[in-house]
Design a protein around this ligand. Structure first.
Ligand code: DQA
Length: 178
């Protein structure tokens, strides 16, 4: 768990309150965070808000109610591009069902991450706490990873992650029915 002074890297599996009693979840979703996202809640709260990643299970339950129990969340944060690629590759090997991915600044620059998402083909939602298109730096208006994602959620603080997980859940449900 993240503390006041330590960044979180890997929180392991964090079950939502409702699915604590249930051992089997239907979907495993990786919440993946890139550079400078280890101190969420403390980094520039005027831009990124004051909630930490530990708020996510509660937000997800508010949004999804009972269906939240069908989702198991896996968490990982790294500052390096290679570590993020390694984690995506292991998600591929482990058959993870979806990825909610805030790639931070790599969103705008990383062809390597875009290449990885393009071949592993795990349904991925690009996530941003801030509304990147409303920000003043033109480079933030561009995403190299978006073409390999099913969608983008940007601008809702920590709710962006919960909305992304909910969207992935609905996407997975709909595609399973086909
Ligand atoms: C961010 C937006 C990026 O432009 C920035 O580099 C970040 C955070 C966001 O969540 O709003 O590190 O991805």
């Amino acid at each position: 768990m993240p503390t006041e002074s330590e960044p979180y890297r890997e929180m392991g599996v964090l079950k939502t309150k409702t699915n604590k009693e249930k051992i089997m979840s239907k979907y495993r979703i990786l919440v993946l965070n890139g550079p400078n996202l280890g101190f969420l809640g403390r980094r520039q709260p005027e831009i990124y808000g004051n909630k930490g990643m530990d708020a996510l299970p509660g937000l997800l339950e508010e949004l999804m109610g009972e269906s939240a129990r069908e989702v198991e969340l896996l968490f990982f944060q790294a500052n390096g591009e290679g570590e993020l690629i390694d984690r995506l590759e292991s998600a591929y090997k482990d058959g993870v069902h979806g990825v909610a991915f805030n790639a931070g600044a790599y969103t705008h620059t990383s062809l390597a991450l875009a290449d990885c998402l393009a071949w592993i083909k795990i349904p991925c939602v690009e996530v941003h706490l801030s509304n990147v298109w409303a920000r003043s730096e033109p480079l933030r208006h561009k995403s190299l990873i978006a073409p390999s994602c099913v969608g983008v959620v940007s601008g809702f603080g920590m709710d962006s992650y919960a909305l992304a997980v909910q969207a992935l859940y609905r996407h997975l449900e709909q595609n399973q029915k086909k």
